[in-house]
Design a protein around this ligand. Sequence first.
Ligand SMILES: [Zn+2]
Length: 420
Amino acid sequence: MNTDRLMRLALEMAELDEIPGDSAIHHRGDGIERVLFGIDLKAPELVIASAQGYDGAISHHPVGGSSTLRFHEVLERHVDQMVGAGVPREVAEETMRATIDDRRVLNSMTNYDHDPSVAVLLDLPYLNIHTPLDEIGRRRMAEAAAGLGEDATVAELIDRFYETFGEFRNAATEIEIRVGKSENPIGKVVVSHGAGTNGGYPVAKAYYDGGIDTVIYIHCRPADAKRLIDEVGETKNLIVTGHIASDSVGINPYVDRLRQEGLDVTTFTGIIPAYAAIRRFVLPHTRPPSCGHGSNLRGSSERLYIAGALMVCWVQVLAALGLRVDRSGSDGRRSRSPVGAVWGTQQEECGAWEVIHEREQSVLRVGASLRAKARLDAGRRRGACVAGRADRWERGVRGQRGARLSRRRAGLRTVVQSGY
Ligand SMILES: [Zn+2]
């Protein structure tokens, strides 16, 4: 593998013909087998990569060189996206003119050689891939949104995103409604992403004026959202999905592709896996004593033990299928059951466990109550995702706006979804 091919693979996946202005190969190299990949990978991380024997380093965000000096070029993509959504071209161009010019001048003031020069000194192949991966993420999110009708509510759209993308479920941030409200119909939706950075107030306003009802940004300054509220009240919607989680939605398919190509890829500095590496399961209708809600455990130790034993049997079956269940909790507050199960203390009346398919490095996610018959066929559904209501309940516990689900709904039904 070499740096050119690393870039070309991303362009192919994003269906782009040429390297966008905000992406660049900063130090060429080949014979790359182990690569370190982060959302922000600069001089200190290059030193780490070199010291730990990586053959190459990939940053998502621009890190200097032409990716900084030509960054303003990708802001033009906002114009194309707006025109595609029905905004008149002259309005779209006027909307972006000042922003593009400001960015060009501001970026030309920076020391654009800082991080690339460190890679050269270390002789470490180094590139950054920004817009191609954001474009992959934009398409995936737009596809998920397109599955809903115009009558669907903002809450349902957010729910759809959590269901579809493990990155959102695993992120420390939550999807937020910055303009509008959860019960609003989504109407016409646009995912404004993959164009350098968010377009702030001017771009969202141009979309609203052009007949779009719901704009999806991955981030937005508070002042911009406030100004939009001042002008449109709650009649339009602005959903902010979270920067790092949304970047990861575009990055993960590319990381998977690199691994398919035989590369050993280590992700860090912000890349949120679609599936957390550490899994947990919770037995139904039981809670760990340590979480302070021990009422369900009173007098139920027998049931607890039997259910735990059943779960262990299930784990053995999965192991026989070549799957591994990691029985570690992931929230820091956990205790072991008599049979070695570990409790995820944020869960309550649902069971959720996830299965890692080691051989393929793909993951099956299984969420269901113990009583649900979670059907698992690793061969047939390799790479597919089975997510259950339990998972939605988990999100409800985390309390993100618009997607809180009742305890009653958690648990039984499973849904099948493909992708990440
Ligand atoms: Zn980003």
